[in-house]
Design a protein around this ligand. Sequence first.
Ligand SMILES: [Zn+2]
Length: 320
Amino acid sequence: MNNRIRQSYEGAAAATGLQLDEAGGVVYGNRGGYEMILYPANANYPYMLTIEVSVQRQAGPLTKDEAKSLRRAAKPIARAAQNGRVVRVQLKNQANPRKFAENVAAAVTALETFLHEQGFFNVCRACGKPGPAVSCIVSGAPMHLCEDCYRQIEQNKTLEQAHKEQKKDNVAAGAVGAFAGSLAGVVCIILLSRLGYVAALSGVIMAVCALKGYELLGGKLTKKGIVISIAVMVVMTYLGDRADWAIVAMSSLGLDFFNAFRLIPDFLSEGMIDAGSYWGNLALLYVFVLLGAVPTVMNAVRAKRAENLTFRLGSGAVTR
Ligand SMILES: [Zn+2]
């Protein structure tokens, strides 16, 4: 959590009387008897918060008209809906940092009033047991659970995690997967080049498919898997590009594909292929492979980290 976001969230916490949990990146706490968690539904939009409560009432779930009236109750509210026992109120993106705390507080107050008026009460999201719940993060997702359900889930998570860590990736199968994935990249390099497109897409597809291929067949994407996938990408990008030139040479010189492919270095040294375009094109491809590989690897690491995050809010046990 960067400084600016933390300051904004601290401001929102102060304005609402709730608390900030830095490890979870959320604001949470009790407002007028309702346990609430405020979090960004998409980490890329930290100023677009969702307020989540786990509630029920005798009269059944929130109706569409009620959701509409809740939306009208405070300007910052974009929409409200109930899904199972969870009511989520999505706020508009708060572009103005000075108004952030004020707008969030207005939405929280409107929600609190609404829940009171409509006779909602707190329940456990999982089993529906009424009463105050544990505010927690389960596999990266904020939620409200009763003590029993939370303990059960925490226990299962610990077992599951131990099992997952024990499980090794199958390196040979993973390498085959990376190779198979990289073939998609090679096909793209050749096809898109025929259509006269720049190599951007081919490079990205090469990277994403090789990494996904490793994960799919190897079981999981480990550090070793990333290194192997990158080696496969480097080699296959070179071969794909060379095959692309071979196809050009083949048609203009009347050679078969394998001879053309084999003779590429000769064509280069004899100046029949312009060395500048050849190496320039290859370098460009590598840049796009890199552009595809970096976010794919980062997403995999981030998703894995989120998957392993299960803790009580306010426990301060986990830091990111
Ligand atoms: Zn429960």
